[in-house]
Design a protein around this ligand. Structure first.
Ligand code: B3K
Ligand code: ZN
Length: 890
């Protein structure tokens, strides 16, 4: 479409209507050729008994295809019986029940959008969610049309020895001219977005799983031959996930085979197609020499996430795309609990909350803010967001915590059993939770319908005469594009009170009786509420929002001493970490104030309380190393930015750096002793303990490198060369690249070259190499990114490469991306315009940093806006990019 044409229409939730027709059976034959692929479809259609009025016309979705023939019940249609355009095939006066036969042609080898049927290197594969199936054949491409699929794939036997689709293999055999076929049948009805097909030359590893009712399931992971040695972790993760879903949710797998296929060109992490998950290689492949701890954890989480979709998404699916969080929010909640069980629950919680509070809160405060269940969209691909996924998961978490584990399990059992085989809504999910608990979640459901991050302003007073402590919580939420005035949310606030000698018992006025409990959940439902605690004999320090019990911002006027007390004494790991972050933020803010008033930052002192708190953490051998590493990591620049109305890029960067330098100086001895304990040459283990050890040691190395001595650069280089694993090696590389020290600068090019020479055959490792360079905060990075754009390792159409270079630079390198020249914005604008035509989904996603233009003072906002305007002026703008750019400028 063109900007000069009519603007694309928004689709509205309120316009939802049941489908006019259903498709009971779908028979496909996909005949793959070098030039042209022919798709013949035979669909058993019938009027939907629960639809509204009869319609004189039935429109099937279809795009980017060439129609060869169309027939009803074997009779070719005459020209007055149908019409076909760029978006649909319209049948005029269709019968009540009929078989529709279409034959179309597509060219997967030219499809760079990575949606529909496309080619990733030599492999043909599909991505149909959300609306990709309509690029394969004409269809009622909506999730509430569920059909039984039989798929025959035909291809050249030498180039495509492997032919896969959903379900079970029915038949396979040879054909003439060196071709062969395979027919797959999926007994489970499913929406078209879960359809998948793969054809190519891949090898596999295989394993088995016996479900608890005794079903024998074959597990296969298909990859390129050279990657066969990197599949073990994904397979182990899959088996753990299958067992976990049986134990925690009573959910078993339901086919005889479960397959995972890994491809290099993929827009997202992975896709949960029934029985045939297709993955980005980045979320399957892992081995210690090539993959960092984060990479290992990501594989485990994504394999589990896609597997869990078999129930939360596939067996029970979404009625329409407004309900996307029904499957995504719930499945993220499920995978986060799984990862917590597999590793360290507190670390997992801290990681999730950090991401939510930086990126999701920023989304909620920007022009693309939308509710967990949006009311409207122009392009649904733009709504695979942190709000749908991460905030959606927080909403399910709140429900789970409000119900407690037993009732929540009853609720999920009811939900799965009642809606098995159906396409449903978030209302249905909450209704199941209400039914098992007898609770009324009417107000709670505002979490689904209202966008924006609620703010809790908390104040308190202590009445020594009455032994009473009053805690007042006021909630508010800023307007977002869809709604100016918000109704109060139902907010669970988990809390406790700390006294000098430890936690205090919590006895709420009006509840009567004795309480020995030191932890409770306050349910805030009004704009302002005061909770009075009785029998409190001293002024307490409140520990608020334990385990981050609700996705809100919380303001309470803690003194710095309160924060150190919480850091060392609270029973909740999340609260201890959060107090460390608040204290560090205050210290960074001291520096920012100095920076903005023109003072020399080397003269500013770091609050001794932060130094001493860190020293205590570093000296305490009994503490969990992972917690120590988390607490010693200063809040990120992105997180600090999110706290500011107007983002002062230089002030944030230089202040945070100055605090790091000061801590490196003060705590050098402690960091040295932590680092001395680390042996990076031992055999790699992926346990929570080993990961914690590496993260603390590498944090210590990072601080030591700030001291800039030649000795430490040598230490770092030694680690780089002698590590047994990519975590330690990459960390050492990053420290050398990021160090402004002369000794590091001298070694930097050699080490980068060495890394590239060693790993140039491993595409995912090359991504890391690009990412390290793109995120280097030193001057000169812009030029380097430009040079890398024409490096043979960079492919401007491969999503992983774009994420590693362009997205990493624009999202993870504020000081260089926001260069006052505006070049960073222009660089991003160029990529968006190039991708707009080829891969609109990735183009729109890349735009995210520019959507925040209003948050930057002065010239910057003008320059960012100018790029958005330039993009919007593109005559052939995609719906995806149009929606993000136009909403950002509105
Ligand atoms: N459901 C897929 C997302 C597909 C997005 C397509 N634009 C991956 C996941 O969330 O599991
Ligand atoms: Zn998902």
């Amino acid at each position: 479409m063109s900007a000069r044409d009519a603007q694309p229409n928004a689709i509205q939730l309120k316009d939802y209507r049941a489908p006019d027709y259903l498709i009971d059976r779908t028979d496909l034959r996909v005949d793959i050729g070098d030039e042209v692929t022919q798709v013949s479809a035979d669909l058993a259609l019938r009027r939907n008994p629960s639809a509204d009025q009869p319609v004189p016309e039935l429109a099937l979705n279809g795009s980017d295809m060439h129609l060869i023939s169309v027939a009803i019940d074997g009779r070719p249609l005459e020209s007055h019986e149908f019409r076909v355009d760029e978006e649909s095939l319209v049948l005029i006066n269709p019968p009540e029940e009929f078989r529709l036969q279409t034959l179309g042609e597509i060219k997967p080898q030219l499809n760079k959008s990575l949606e529909g049927l496309y080619k990733s290197r030599t492999i043909y594969c599909t991505q149909c969610e959300a609306e990709g199936f309509r690029k394969i054949t004409w269809y009622l491409d909506r999730p509430d049309v569920m059909s039984e699929f039989t798929t025959t794939i035909v291809a050249d036997k030498t180039r495509c020895p492997l032919l896969l689709s959903n379900g079970n293999l029915l038949e396979e055999g040879d054909l003439e001219h060196g071709r062969h076929f395979a027919t797959w049948h999926d007994p489970h009805k499913k929406p078209a977005y879960l359809f998948a097909l793969v054809a190519g030359d891949l090898q596999h590893i295989t394993d088995h799983f016996t479900t608890r009712s005794g079903r024998e399931v074959t597990l296969k992971i298909y990859v390129e031959e050279k990657d066969l040695d990197k599949c073990g972790h994904a397979m182990e993760s899959l088996k753990h996930a299958m067992r976990w879903d049986e134990e925690r949710y009573g959910r078993e797998y339901d086919l005889d085979i479960f397959m995972i296929v890994a491809v290099d060109d993929f827009n997202m992490g992975a896709m949960e197609n029934k029985g045939l998950n297709i993955f980005n290689t980045a979320c399957v492949l892992a081995k210690p020499e090539t993959t960092t701890d984060t990479g290992f954890q990501r594989v485990e989480a994504v394999v589990a996430h896609e597997y869990f979709h078999n129930w939360s998404g596939n067996r029970v699916t979404c009625r329409d795309w407004f309900q996307l969080s029904l499957k995504e929010g719930f499945t993220v909640y499920r995978d986060s609990m799984f990862s917590a069980d597999m590793g360290s629950p507190t670390v997992k919680r801290v990681e999730d909350v950090s991401m939510l509070r930086t990126a999701q809160f920023a989304e909620d405060a920007g022009p693309m803010a939308h509710p967990v269940r949006p009311d409207s969209y122009i392009e649904i691909s733009n709504f695979y967001t942190l709000t749908i996924y991460e905030k959606g998961s927080e909403v399910v978490r709140m429900l789970a915590n409000l119900l407690g584990p037993e009732l929540f399990r009853k609720g999920t059992d009811l939900y799965f059993d009642r809606h098995d085989g159906q396409a449903v809504t978030t209302e249905d999910f909450v209704a199941a939770m209400e039914e098992v608990s007898g609770r009324d979640f009417t107000q709670f459901k505002r979490w689904y319908s209202q966008a924006g991050t609620p703010l809790l302003e908390v104040s308190d007073s202590y009445d020594a005469e009455q032994d009473e402590y009053h805690l007042t919580i006021r909630q508010s939420c800023r307007p977002t594009p869809e709604c100016g005035r918000k109704q109060p949310f139902h907010i669970p606030v988990a809390m406790g009170l700390l006294g000098a000698a430890g936690p205090l018992p919590l006895l709420l006025q009006g509840e009567g009786g004795d309480s020995s409990s030191t932890h409770r959940v306050l349910e805030v439902t009004e704009e302002e509420q005061t909770f009075t605690f009785e029998g409190i004999h001293e002024q307490p320090v409140p520990a608020l929002l334990r385990d981050f019990s609700a996705p809100v911002k919380l303001q309470y006027d803690y003194s710095r001493d309160n924060l150190t007390q919480l850091m060392s004494l609270d029973s909740d790991g999340f609260c201890r970490w959060d107090a460390s972050q608040q204290l560090a933020r205050r210290v960074i803010e001291d520096f920012m104030a100095a920076y903005l008033s023109g003072e020399d930052l080397t003269q500013v002192k770091v609050d001794a309380r932060l130094i001493e708190a860190y020293r205590t953490l570093l000296n305490d051998e009994h503490l969990d190393k992972a917690m120590v590493a988390l607490m010693l990591t200063l809040p990120s620049e992105a997180y600090i930015s999110e706290q500011m109305e107007q983002i002062e890029v230089e002030a944030i960067h230089h202040s945070r750096q100055a605090v790091r330098h000061a801590l490196a100086l003060e705590l050098e001895a402690e960091f040295r002793s932590v680092y001395a304990d680390h042996d990076y040459s031992v055999a790699y283990e992926v346990s929570a303990q080993a990961i914690a050890q590496r993260s603390l040691a590498n944090l210590a190395l990072e601080y030591l490198m700030l001291r800039q001595g030649p000795g430490v650069v040598a230490l770092c280089e030694q680690q780089y060369h002698q590590s047994s694993n990519m975590t330690d090696r990459l960390s050492a590389l990053t420290q050398i690249v990021n160090s402004p020290a002369h000794a590091a600068a001298e070694r930097k090019e050699d080490v980068l070259n060495d890394f590239y020479q060693r790993w140039q055959g491993e595409s995912l490792v090359v991504d890391q190499w690009l990412r390290v360079q793109a995120t280097c905060p030193l001057p000169g990075t812009m030029e380097r990114v430009r040079a890398l754009e024409s490096h043979p390792a960079f492919d401007p159409l491969n999503p992983n490469k774009i994420r590693a270079l362009v997205a990493a630079f624009s999202n993870g390198n504020a000081i260089n991306f926001h260069a006052t020249s505006g070049e960073g914005y222009e660089l991003l604008g160029n990529h968006v315009l190039r991708l707009n035509a080829e891969n609109p989904q990735i183009a729109a996603r890349l735009l995210t940093p520019l959507t925040r233009w209003r948050r930057y003072p002065g010239e910057r906002s003008e320059q960012m806006r100018a790029q958005l305007e330039r993009i919007l002026a593109e005559p052939k703008i995609s719906k995806d990019v149009y929606e993000v750019a136009s909403k950002s400028l509105a």
